[in-house]
Design a protein around this ligand. Structure first.
Ligand code: COA
Length: 169
């Protein structure tokens, strides 16, 4: 049976942890994705510090079919761990959607989080109320909708049985 990684490679994508050199491209992706916005304090320096504080958690999907001699970032997600864990700025370029890149980069980051002994395993995600696509995505991912105001709040409990299979594969 073909693995999901094989399918990803056949479509010209790979996934790896985000590094500081990715930040400019990730910010451009977030800034051009409707429904997402960068806060003033999310400077290159602050985002680099966040990567340092959360080693390996943020992920990027690389598209190698660019003919530019280097891959382009087709998707990104930031994950921060503290008193609770938070997912921010999940984005996949429109032309790269539907290949499960969103699911794969979130899973890759959460697997790293799950492997950290003391990490908060309750994960919070917020979406704008009118971002129905994101809400469908998170519901399909297995996140639970907790509140619905101007912002929707979703939570994921990584200790839940339903997440064990992909967290430990
Ligand atoms: C949300 C987003 C990251 C999904 O990326 P993606 O790579 O296309 O998602 P996946 O292929 O992993 O989709 C997983 C599942 O969610 C569903 N899904 C994803 N986006 C969806 C949408 N806009 N509407 C309905 N369902 C959607 C897929 O159909 C798939 O369902 P399946 O398991 O039944 O096949 C992407 O659409 C995006 O960047 N949106 C704009 C930014 C955004 O809203 N980010 C989230 C902020 S919290």
């Amino acid at each position: 049976m073909k693995s999901a990684n094989f399918d990803l490679l056949m479509n010209g994508f790979t996934i790896r942890s985000m590094v500081p050199d990715d930040i400019i491209e990730v910010k451009a992706l977030v800034a051009t994705t409707p429904g997402l916005a960068l806060w003033d304090w999310e400077t290159d320096e602050n985002l680099a510090r966040s990567l340092e504080r959360n080693p390996g958690l943020a992920q990027v999907a690389l598209d190698w079919k660019t003919r530019k001699g280097r891959p382009e970032i087709a998707g990104a997600v930031l994950i921060g761990e503290g008193h609770m864990s938070m997912i921010h700025h999940l984005a996949v370029k429109p032309e790269a959607r539907g290949h499960r890149l969103g699911t794969r980069i979130v899973r890759a980051g959460l697997k790293r989080l799950f492997q950290m002994e003391d990490a908060a395993r309750r994960v919070y995600i917020t979406t704008l109320r009118d971002n129905l696509g994101a809400q469908l995505f998170w519901s399909k991912f297995g996140a639970e909708k907790q509140a619905h105001g101007d912002l929707c709040l979703f939570t994921l409990n990584l200790n839940d049985e339903q997440h064990r299979i992909w967290l430990q594969d």
